[in-house]
Design a protein around this ligand. Sequence first.
Ligand code: MG
Ligand code: MG
Length: 249
Amino acid sequence: MILLKSEREIQSMREAGRIVALALDAVGKVVEPGIATQELDEIARKIITEHGAKPAFKGLYGFPANICVSVNCEVVHGIPGSRKLAEGDIVSVDCGAEIEGFCGDSAMTFPVGRVSPENARLIHETRSTLFKGIEKATVGNRLGAISYAIQSYAEKAGFRVVREYVGHGIGRSMHEDPEVPNYGFPDRGPVLKAGMVLAIEPMINLGTQAVKTTGDGWTVVTLDGKPSAHFEHTVAILPDGPEILTRLA
Ligand code: MG
Ligand code: MG
């Protein structure tokens, strides 16, 4: 069942989204060669708690950290730790916060120092892919319009779309109905209504779309070891168009 949010509830989600955006902004500013991924986790935790919110991923399904940090061939759900980022890496940071009983969810991929042209293009195009999807998050469209826009843009750019992990509705829970796949057909899925809030999150691979989970039970990696990028925003569908809740004004 897709829960529609009232204007008052969306106001709380704006606050959750703003805090997630502040945390990701702070993390992005310190991404550089030599920093350990657990330092990124600590910065995000500090920003989120200083604003009176709760890191929403901590303990979610048993996840052991505050944010997910996924490096290079790691697609999503990487666990922050002592690993230090190196020049040329790309690092995806996925962050969630909860305040006033509502959640925000956003992810970005950052370059570490100077990266290869193909990694730079993967990051740039994955971000563009997300915005192609967001453009279709309008009242009266079907959900599949978002999925189709993401898949067709990413594949035209020469990349592959991860199938096993998808976007989702979001509200009082981090993961609500509906699922928001990053592939599909524009005339499928539920009709989008004002008050729906979706986390749209393409995971885009340079090589094969196939992924697997590693031995830690969390970290998802590409099967061919090639890099993957991930961008996500929490988006409210409003009568006059989509509003990105996880963006700094
Ligand atoms: Mg996320
Ligand atoms: Mg999400």
